[in-house]
Design a protein around this ligand. Structure first.
Ligand code: HEC
Ligand code: HEC
Ligand code: HEC
Ligand code: HEC
Ligand code: HEC
Length: 381
């Protein structure tokens, strides 16, 4: 009997010993997500990154860590470009501090817009009367402390509440880490302060049951690894050429063409992929090219989408926004239809659908880059 007790005791000691002498394990046992509020912002983020390496590296390559730098680049661009009339520059200078920096260098959301939020509350139960500050635009950090602005929208903006880290309600991580597991965080409200248009238009579709409520912003916009785990990389307009967008994020996949009676080409661009209004400043163009039997090519149709119409309608916008071609709001399942006469159908060999994007609808036509190409043979039509 004594021997059995001794053996069991030894086994227990070995297991406990391994747990305590394993360095990584020690760290976890004694670590809680305490935020050192006296540390410089950049130091703090690097600390997060030292444990969450993959998340940190992916965040670095994506839109949020670069949002301050792209804003700076934009400023340089407007100073040097003839596209921007003096009025625009003045407008931007006036707005820079109060407006632009807010979303491009966000303050800690859980201490500003979302302060005193009830983490058990479901985001869609909130309204402007009960919690008006939730519906406000993000606020900017200290714009005179330039260095700490360079992290743009960072871990702290999205995750930190006082000295704790906020995460999904269904997180499997141990509570001893001092995490706040939040229903509010799990909803799309995380994105609302800076992406109002997308969140509002998507919520409308969920409410009308046009799209299911299980999908959310991150499930479409975040890259997933081959184990199906989110990598924290958000696809964006300045993706490196080696980053291939998943098919569900390629809006040109919605372009359809059809020939009727060998006479008319019917063009149909119905948005079935994007469950929200088109981006504030993006610009996409679909081009249909006919390739003839003799090898010659002809552009037979061009269709641009952007939100210029929306900005045109606002008198307070500077004159710059009121020039050029109109776009289209590109709402969910509202088709853009066009018909083109084809007098020369018998000499056509096939068609090509091309897709181009430029980062901002106001940038020069020559900045359009080809991102999509699909041959459509006549037998497909
Ligand atoms: C000393 C290492 C360490 C540091 C520093 C650290 N974390 Fe963590 N964090 C962990 C560990 C370990 C877990 C639990 C295991 C896991 O889910 O990765 C965790 C979990 C999390 C989770 C929850 C994951 C889930 O399951 O929902 C989030 C979010 C998070 N950390 C964010 C941060 C942020 C933001 C910072 C910086 C303010 C930070 N962490 C700093 C080690 C660290
Ligand atoms: C309400 C939040 C918000 C405000 C305020 C804001 N932006 Fe943005 N900005 C965004 C978002 C979100 C994007 C990403 C693209 C999109 O949704 O169209 C963006 C993208 C941009 C881009 C494109 C960057 C790139 O990668 O090419 C520029 C340039 C830009 N904004 C400049 C500005 C300027 C200048 C102001 C001030 C007049 C401003 N922004 C104010 C949220 C904001
Ligand atoms: C734009 C807001 C935003 C920023 C910036 C951000 N996160 Fe997150 N983070 C989220 C959201 C939303 C989720 C939940 C993702 C999901 O459900 O797939 C998340 C999930 C996580 C998780 C748990 C899931 C996982 O992938 O392991 C960790 C850990 C984490 N973030 C750490 C960080 C760190 C560290 C940084 C800074 C380097 C950071 N986050 C920056 C919004 C953000
Ligand atoms: C069902 C998938 C899906 C969901 C969910 C979704 N989006 Fe999108 N989103 C798209 C598609 C598709 C595009 C268009 C991409 C393109 O232009 O080729 C897009 C475009 C965008 C853009 C412009 C940048 C870009 O990549 O073109 C932003 C910003 C954006 N979405 C934010 C959001 C936010 C915030 C939410 C949550 C409210 C959200 N999205 C939910 C599919 C989705
Ligand atoms: C504090 C403000 C802020 C928050 C919160 C935020 N974003 Fe962003 N987001 C931005 C800004 C600013 C940009 C533009 C970056 C650039 O191109 O300069 C951006 C860019 C993006 C882009 C790429 C857009 C493009 O045009 O390529 C996607 C996708 C995106 N955000 C998704 C999300 C999602 C999903 C969430 C919620 C989990 C979220 N963002 C939360 C400010 C924010």
């Amino acid at each position: 009997m004594k021997r059995v007790v001794l053996v069991v005791f030894t086994i227990i000691m070995v297991v406990v010993g391994v747990r305590f002498f394993n360095k990584k394990e020690m760290k976890i046992l004694h670590f809680s997500h305490y935020i050192d509020t006296t540390a410089q912002r950049l130091t703090q983020i690097e600390k997060c990154g030292s444990c969450h390496k993959e998340v940190y590296e992916n965040w670095k390559k994506g839109p949020h860590s670069n949002s301050y730098l792209t804003l700076k680049k934009h400023n340089k661009y407007i100073d040097s470009s003839e596209n921007f009339p003096e009025g625009y520059n003045k407008y931007i200078e006036g707005k820079m501090e109060s407006v632009c920096m807010a979303c491009h260098t966000g303050k800690n959301l859980y201490e500003t817009n979302f302060r005193d939020i009830d983490h058990n509350a479901l985001a869609n139960h909130l309204n402007k009367d009960s919690m008006p500050e939730v519906f406000e635009q993000a606020t900017s950090r200290n714009i005179h402390d330039t260095e700490q602005l360079t992290s743009g929208v960072d871990c702290i903006t999205c995750h930190v509440e006082k000295d704790q880290v906020v995460t999904n309600a269904d997180s499997k991580s141990p509570n001893s880490l001092g995490l706040i597991k939040s229903n509010f965080f799990s909803g799309n409200m995380n994105c609302f302060s800076c992406h109002h248009h997308q969140v509002t238009t998507m919520n409308e579709l969920v409410e009308k049951k046009v799209i299911p409520s299980e999908i959310n912003c991150v499930s479409c916009h975040q890259e997933y690894n081959n184990k199906g785990k989110g990598t924290h990389y958000f696809y964006w307009r300045n993706d490196h050429i080696s980053k291939k967008r998943p098919e569900h994020l390629v809006i040109f996949n919605c372009v359809k063409i059809k020939v009727e009676n060998k006479k008319v080409l019917k063009f149909d661009w119905t948005n079935t992929l994007m469950p929200h209004g088109y981006s504030e400043c993006g610009d996409a163009k679909a081009v249909i090219v006919a390739v003839y039997n003799n090898g010659k090519q002809k552009v037979i149709l061009e269709q641009t989408i952007n939100r210029k119409d929306f900005f045109d309608a606002r008198p307070e916008m500077p004159p710059h926004f009121h020039v050029g071609k109109n776009g289209n709001n590109f709402e969910y399942k509202v088709p853009i239809l066009k018909s083109i006469d084809l007098d020369d159908f018998s000499s056509i060999n096939h068609f090509i659908i091309l897709g181009y994007v430029k980062p901002q609808y106001w940038s020069d036509e020559k900045e359009f880059t080809e991102v999509y190409k699909k041959d459509v043979s006549l037998t497909d039509l």
